[in-house]
Design a binder for this molecule. Sequence first.
Ligand SMILES: [Mg+2]
Length: 299
Amino acid sequence: MEKKIKYIHVIINPAAGKDEAILPVINSAMKEAGIKWEGLITHKAGDGIEFAKAAVKEKVDAIAVYGGDGTVMEAISGMMGSDIPLVILPGGSANVMATELGIPMDLKEACALLAQGHLKKKPLDIGQFGKRYFITGISIGFEADMVQGANRGTKNKIGIFAYFISAAKALRKLKKVTYHIKIDGKEHEVQGLTCMIANTGNMGFSTISFDKHIDVSDGLLDVLVLRKATISLLNHMIVTMIKRERPENWELVKHWQGKEISVTSTPAQTVQCDGEVLKEMPVNIKIIPGAINVLVPKK
Ligand SMILES: [Mg+2]
């Protein structure tokens, strides 16, 4: 029997990206459920971390976050080491983690699940890159706008096939590099266009999981190297997504799993962590299995 939620802190990013009423929706759902709640409004980067730390000290029953992946990540950073469950109320323009966990994008629906107790705990792996934590993953060498999902609206309109054609075009512009990859002590050298280290199956450039084998609770990070931008790669990606199986074509995509990973490339490529462009190379990362308990829909 899980502990009944009676008192929560809700970290709210009012600039999250969705134009909607926030407080009345949360308030009426919590009132109905008899949950006492306190709202904490973020004003600048880092506020979410401090609010989450304070909530942990106060031993609240759950920490809810209204915002996008960035706000969720801040809350998680402040919650590391605590077993207080996290509730995601999707409010941002990018909600990759909520999508991955099957949390409804509608605030009212997400609040109702919490209010009616239709949520269950799920352990969530968190990635660590130097001093920072990440939830979705890291990509090396992929065009910034492809990953950041700047054209999400367009993508939804043009559909997934058109999207992959444009992704393939973007990939074709990339120059092949040599990746030096170390996974749990074992070294690999492979040529390719882009390298992705994924915690979630959908890494922000598609709302559909890139690969069903990628699991946020298996204690492993998935390392993928796309080797060629050919029409077969396009076909490979579509089959992976539509048929939910991975054609084992190692000429096109190399795939490994591991707990401690380091990647460098010659020549160096751009690195993105949770959609944010970083300069750091080499990429030295590890996974912290089940670092956070997140509440997800029971169904
Ligand atoms: Mg995993």
